[in-house]
Design a protein. Structure first.
Length: 158
């Protein structure tokens, strides 16, 4: 998920869908914007990896809330890790995600920022943008679910 921009209704709906589908991890690629979104993220049943976007307000308060959370890991600007046997890179910005994908070091590279859904292959790496939860810029609220076993992606419209 990415770019909720304080659309708490759509974020809540997206979290509910992710829970219904049994997702184990939620990767948030930035622009949650404000502390009330953290309480909504915590409704997710699994663990959350979070990277900063370019429009985060009240970062000090958000950091305190995430540090106190048992579910949310604040990864600053970049998340690099292995989930379900898949090597993942996540950052808010497309150019950084593209460069990480071109490096060939990761199975999946995720970014946000543009609000536009993106699913492409660079070499052997999936380059993904889940679109926007906000729904204002493109008129559609989307996120994606990655199956780590098949490395397939399902686009979800909220």
């Amino acid at each position: 998920m990415s770019d909720s921009h304080e659309n708490w209704t759509k974020l809540s709906q997206a979290i509910a869908i992710a829970n219904e589908k049994g997702c184990e991890y939620l990767l948030f690629a930035g622009d949650l914007i404000a502390p009330p979104g953290i309480k909504i993220l915590e409704q997710f049943d699994g663990q959350i990896k979070f990277v900063w976007g370019n429009n985060e307000m009240e970062q000090v308060n958000m950091t305190r809330k995430m540090d106190a959370s048992e579910k949310i890991e604040l990864c600053d600007d970049i998340f690099e890790g292995e989930l379900g046997g898949v090597k993942i890179f996540m950052n808010h910005y497309p150019r950084i995600g593209e460069l990480a994908a071109k490096s060939g070091e990761f199975d999946v590279c995720i970014h946000g920022h543009t609000h536009e859904y993106r699913e492409e292959t660079v070499g052997n790496t999936l380059l993904l943008n889940p679109g926007e939860i906000q729904g204002y810029a493109t008129g559609t609220s989307t996120f994606m679910i990655l199956d780590t076993e098949s490395k397939s992606v399902e686009k979800i419209t909220v």
